[in-house]
Design a protein around this ligand. Structure first.
Ligand SMILES: [Zn+2]
Length: 171
């Protein structure tokens, strides 16, 4: 039996990845041409899969697709939290907290603070609760397997820089 080479779409999943790339992440096709051409700024590539390893890559592809769906869910939670911040702050904190268990990105906190400046300025207690929540969540994420691959020193530096920035934004 001849097992032909297949191709798998890979993209670097983060808060900037577009929805098209997320929808293709992990998918396997017989032909390279089946994938959309990368014209956006996402870091994407098409991997060749040896036919005999197809099963392994299919399993991996399922995990990759789950990760892509998780990123979409994370964004939706973060957006909803931001929308509710003024009127339903407790709800918003709960949603931010759920979103942060999936991942948390400092540039998104920067946008949030810029967009919700008035509410946060007028409400130091809320600002502080948010700060505590984000600092804790940001620190937690560097203990995840996804981030364990980074060299220790780099992980600590990134964690420290992120926490400093959050304290600066919401302090
Ligand atoms: Zn893209």
């Amino acid at each position: 039996m001849i097992r032909r080479t297949r191709y798998q779409y890979y993209t670097n999943v983060n808060y900037l990845t577009c929805e098209t790339c997320l929808s293709w992440h992990g998918q396997i096709r017989k032909r390279k041409e089946s994938f959309p051409e990368s014209v956006d700024g996402c870091e994407s590539s098409i991997l060749s899969i040896p036919g005999k390893r197809l099963k392994h890559y299919r399993e991996q592809g399922k995990r990759m697709q789950a990760r892509a769906r998780q990123e979409l869910a994370r964004r939706a939670l973060f957006r909803k939290a931001s929308d509710r911040l003024a009127e339903f702050p407790d709800d918003a904190l709960e949603l931010f907290s759920r979103s942060a268990t999936l991942d948390l990105y400092v540039p998104e906190i920067e946008s949030l603070v810029a967009q919700r400046q008035q509410i946060l300025r007028a409400n130091p207690e809320l600002r502080d609760r948010l700060r505590v929540l984000f600092v804790k969540a940001y620190s937690d994420k560097f203990g995840w397997r996804r981030y364990e691959r980074l060299p220790e020193i780099m992980r600590l530096q990134r964690e420290r820089a992120g926490i400093d920035r959050i304290n600066e934004l919401l302090g």
